[in-house]
Design a binder for this molecule. Structure first.
Ligand SMILES: [Fe+2]
Ligand SMILES: [Fe+2]
Length: 229
């Protein structure tokens, strides 16, 4: 091995170690929110897994996939600052409560953007409730102004929401959730990503949902073969 090769190998090993400690840091952030709301932590893990599945089918680069996995895992971090009486309200929120709830995008962004290795993920977190037709929040971005990762994550986030039981609505079967996502192509969702999503068989989501549970860690998620057949 020549000197350059040796140095490169050393650098790669050091970078791998560094990435591992980064992921440990963000898992610590994730568990801080888990203390507040255990259901939210399970939601982070599922949204991360669904986001990875869709992103791999798009496909995106390996580097972007990692940014996206971190963003998905941390997308609702800003909810740490939302009062419990709103976060855990057993019914729909009124208008003033909705306004407070919506601030979780900026709060999450402000927390994460200060951490250099999470800066790109922070941009996706800020945009995770933007709609393709410009009717989302916080900035009312439209179409390709919305980062690709946020357009992918919006579908993953809605899918998980529809497949879950809530205090005021029951979980939908995967076939209904798929139809609903198809119906909202071009309004909420990027039609091109909807097409990618619909190319993934129903059985993939059923299997994935059954096999995800605490204490699955982010690093395991990334190593799992989440590519659909
Ligand atoms: Fe959110
Ligand atoms: Fe969410």
């Amino acid at each position: 091995m020549d000197e350059v090769e040796k140095k490169t190998a050393e650098l790669t090993a050091a970078l791998e170690l560094l990435t591992q400690s980064y992921d440990d840091t963000l898992e610590a952030l994730g568990s801080a929110l888990e203390l507040k709301d255990a259901e939210t932590a399970a939601h982070f893990q599922r949204v991360a897994a669904y986001t990875i599945s869709i992103a791999k089918t798009v496909p995106v680069s390996r580097e972007y996939l990692e940014v996206l996995a971190r963003a998905a895992f941390l997308h609702d971090t800003g909810k740490m600052a939302i009062p419990d009486k709103i976060l855990r309200k057993p019914g729909p929120l009124d208008d003033s409560e909705k306004l407070i709830m919506r601030t979780h995008c900026e709060i999450g962004y402000n927390m994460l953007t200060r951490i250099p290795f999470l800066r790109e993920a922070a941009d996706i977190v800020l945009a995770h409730h933007e709609f393709f037709d410009g009717t989302g929040y916080p900035r009312g971005l439209r179409g390709e102004q919305i980062p690709l990762g946020a357009r992918i994550m919006l579908i993953a986030n809605s899918l998980d929401s529809m497949l879950s039981d809530w205090p005021y609505h029951n979980a939908l079967p995967v076939s209904h959730a798929r139809e609903e996502i198809r119906r909202c192509a071009g309004t909420q969702f990027d039609p091109k990503i909807v097409e990618v999503f619909l190319s993934i068989p129903e059985s993939h989501w059923i299997l994935l949902r059954e096999n995800i549970g605490s204490p699955l860690r982010l690093t395991h998620l990334k190593n799992m073969g989440l590519v659909p057949e």
